[in-house]
Design a protein around this ligand. Structure first.
Ligand SMILES: C[S@@+](CC[C@H](N)C(=O)[O-])C[C@H]1O[C@@H](n2cnc3c(N)ncnc32)[C@H](O)[C@@H]1O
Length: 234
């Protein structure tokens, strides 16, 4: 478990608790922009009709829904049953199932791409979660990570700190769950920056790393390609 990360059981319980307000909070906190970022994430996954996609830590399913809208066959997995209930109600045509991102119940090379939106930050072991995503994607397929990142330079860093340290916890208090929306900024602060995340993805077995910053520098989209397995050394 990386420093400052909550134990898995607590993260799962927190998402079970906030499932009912999650979608509304996303729209309030991002002024609806999160749908645009999800479209870009699915563009980076390079999937279309006939592709098989796994959306890890799918939550209420918005990224899975975006991938399915491109004609892909999508599985969404998450360890919070309450978040999955919301996802299933929104998109009965998508397979949503309970699974731990750190021990995915899928064989090697089962998918053409794997995505994770605003989920990697919650992994108790980021390297292991990324390695699991890389394992279940075939060589040549993509792994895409959509995350919030911290701008380092003013004026955006000033805006970010006002928005995240003051407005988000306030909105969380109004929504009835101050703890969850205090956890959110702290989880972003301890998450690796764009360059470090790319290095972590490389360590997980991905190549051709690239990333895009958007949303005024607060959103990072990373994509890597699963490398062919190296022949075993003689
Ligand atoms: C902030 S929500 C993101 C949901 C969704 N991907 C989205 O883009 O809105 C984080 C999700 O990650 C899930 N999660 C965190 N750690 C997980 C793990 N180890 N295995 C499975 N799901 C996990 C939580 O249950 C929660 O639904």
């Amino acid at each position: 478990m990386s420093a400052g990360t909550l134990p898995e059981g607590q993260v799962q319980a927190m998402f079970d608790r906030i499932a009912g307000v999650y979608d509304a909070m996303n729209s309030v906190m991002t002024a609806g922009l999160h749908h645009r970022w999800r479209r870009r994430a699915v563009d980076l996954a390079a999937v279309g009709p006939g592709s098989k996609v796994l959306d890890v830590a799918t939550g209420t399913g918005d990224l899975a829904i975006e991938a399915a809208s491109r004609g892909a066959e999508v599985v969404g997995s998450d360890f919070s049953e309450k978040m999955l209930e919301r996802a299933r109600a929104k998109a009965p045509h998508i397979r949503f199932e309970q699974a731990d991102a750190l021990a995915l119940p899928y064989p090697d090379d089962a998918f053409d791409a794997a995505t994770v939106g605003f989920g990697a930050r919650n992994f108790a072991d980021l390297g292991r979660g990324l390695a699991e995503m890389a394992r279940v994607v075939r060589p040549g397929g993509r792994v895409v990570v959509l995350e919030i990142t911290q701008p380092t330079r003013p004026p955006l860093s000033t805006f970010f700190s006002l928005w995240f340290d003051r407005l988000v916890p306030l909105a969380g208090r109004l929504a009835g769950d101050p703890d969850a929306y205090t956890y959110l900024p702290s989880s972003v602060k301890r998450f690796p920056g764009p360059r470090e995340l790319a290095a972590e993805m490389e360590r997980a077995g991905l190549g051709e790393l690239r990333w895009i910053l958007t949303g005024g520098g607060i959103i990072a989209l990373h994509a890597g390609t699963v490398l062919p397995a190296r022949p075993a050394e003689a």
